[in-house]
Design a binder for this molecule. Structure first.
Ligand code: SAH
Ligand code: SF4
Ligand code: F3S
Length: 438
């Protein structure tokens, strides 16, 4: 029998929901008497919180496992968590003898007891998807970062033909209204100034007849909470009430991540996205009518099976029509078990490379234009990091840009600034007090 692990390390990959889960697992292991290993410190329990969305991300999980063997041949106890654990389960255990525990995203509350089982040499697996069990089992948070994640919804019923999420995270479920509000109060008491509501389809969140807009309005009443954000949304679930909230709730930040994936209706249909290019652009217009300064971001896939040059040009056109402030773009990655994996006309890698490069060039132009248009604005930032230069701090603008500023303000402070410079991926600013004195 192995000794009880003393120091653990959790490495999270993939989306913010994994970051949130990683934080919760850390609290759970802390309550079980273990401490987090510091930088460079050796851990005797390592949790790899993995992502399955693209082939590269999934393969990384296995190479990370291999790297955990120490110079003297020994190794820590290894728990495979996250979406690779959920998708591959027993296969993962067979593939790597080094994996001691396989724990899927809905079973994290069982991690401490699974660690105890693993110490006896058993190799426990839990990839059941029982819904909301893990949330109720979480211990109370002691200290929160200024911008805290709060998962309100998990899973997906949309079944886009390229995507593994409906298989790795299960069916769409929403946490109850009261549970979310309760956790939000705890986060604010622990020091959060901003809450980012998370879900694979966060705007599908509901509790009875209450939708995400009602949840946001209730959160806005919490004293000490300054900002609310939410991600990721699906175009089909962008309700009129949620759009209206963008114009009415001052604490709701002017930023919307709304993935479109492609600008070609033919490809959107093959992807089983329920929107068209046109309906998507009309949704954006309605959001802008409610909140004219809103920053729009999106996700794109190039090289989906059957994508022609004309289809790709339609994607460039929608990029121009929307004028994205920020975006994430990916080469299509064939995922075993998804319908797109067996479609005809898979696109050769060199065509994907070329399209990705052209798309990213276009997206970067729009990103720069958005940042330039912000110069001269007076706004508030939430300080979240220390800058590299002495006296420099970094904060987030309402539009999610990083803003560099010289100030004595500290992490967690809200600071009034004037935006003065646009850098490639960030902005420079001066405190409003200094700008007005000059
Ligand atoms: N629920 C969200 C996020 C899903 S995953 C949504 O629907 O938008 C995040 C992004 O990864 C997706 O928006 C998509 O652009 C990308 N993605 C998902 N599966 C992919 C695949 N097989 N190949 C390449 N990119 C993929
Ligand atoms: Fe995946 Fe589509 Fe669901 Fe997003 S909406 S998680 S892309 S299946
Ligand atoms: Fe990856 Fe799972 Fe998130 S596949 S993107 S970690 S939901």
């Amino acid at each position: 029998m192995l000794p009880t692990p003393q120091r653990f390390r959790i490495k999270s990959f993939g989306c913010q929901m994994n970051v949130y889960d990683g934080e919760r697992m850390a609290e759970l292991l802390g309550d079980a008497g273990m401490t987090a290993a510091g930088d460079g410190e050796d851990a005797d329990l390592v949790v790899l919180n993995t992502c399955h969305i693209r082939e590269k991300a999934a393969e990384k999980a296995y190479s990370d496992v291999g790297r955990l063997r120490r110079g003297d041949g020994s190794r820590p106890l290894i728990a495979l968590a996250g979406c690779v654990a959920q998708a591959e389960g027993r296969v993962a255990m067979a593939r790597s003898k080094m994996i001691d525990i396989v724990v899927g995203p809905q079973a994290y509350h069982r991690l401490p007891e699974m660690v105890a089982e693993a110490r006896t040499g058993a190799r426990p697996i839990d990839t059941d998807l029982p819904g909301l069990a893990k949330f109720g089992a979480l211990p109370k948070l002691r200290r929160a970062v200024p911008s805290a994640f709060l998962t309100v919804q998990e899973g997906c019923d949309k079944f886009c033909t390229y995507c593994v999420v409906p298989y790795t995270r299960g069916a769409e479920i929403s946490r109850p209204f009261a549970a979310v509000i309760g956790e939000a109060h705890g986060l604010v008491e622990a020091g959060a100034r901003e809450i980012v509501l998370l879900g694979q389809n966060v705007n599908a969140w509901n509790d009875g007849d209450r939708g995400l807009d009602a949840l946001i309005r209730e959160l806005a009443r919490i004293d000490g909470l300054e900002r609310i954000r939410y991600t990721t949304s699906h175009p089909a679930d962008m309700s009129g009430a949620l759009i209206a909230a963008h114009g009415e709730v001052a604490k709701l930040m002017p930023y919307l991540h709304l993935p479109v994936q492609s600008g070609s209706d033919r490809i959107l249909k093959r992807m089983n996205r329920s929107h068209s290019a046109d309906s998507y652009v009309r949704t954006i217009e309605r959001v802008r009518a409610a909140r004219s300064d809103i920053a729009i971001s999106g996700d794109f896939i190039v090289g989906f099976p059957g994508e022609t040059e004309a289809d790709f040009e339609a994607t460039l056109n929608i990029v121009d029509a929307v004028g994205y402030a920020a975006a994430y773009s990916f080469k299509y990655s064939s995922r075993p078990g998804t319908p797109a994996a067996t479609m005809e006309d898979q696109i050769p890698p060199e065509i994907m490379d070329d399209r990705l490069q052209r798309l990213q060039g276009r997206l970067a132009e729009h990103g720069r234009a958005f940042n330039h248009a912000c110069i001269g604005r007076d706004t508030r930032i939430l300080i979240d990091r220390v800058g590299r230069k002495p006296g420099q701090m970094i904060g987030k603008s309402p539009w999610l840009q990083s803003v560099f500023v010289e100030t004595a303000a500290r992490i967690g402070d809200m600071l009034d600034v004037r935006l003065t410079d646009a850098l490639p991926n960030s902005l420079g600013g001066v405190t409003l007090a200094r700008a007005q004195a000059a």
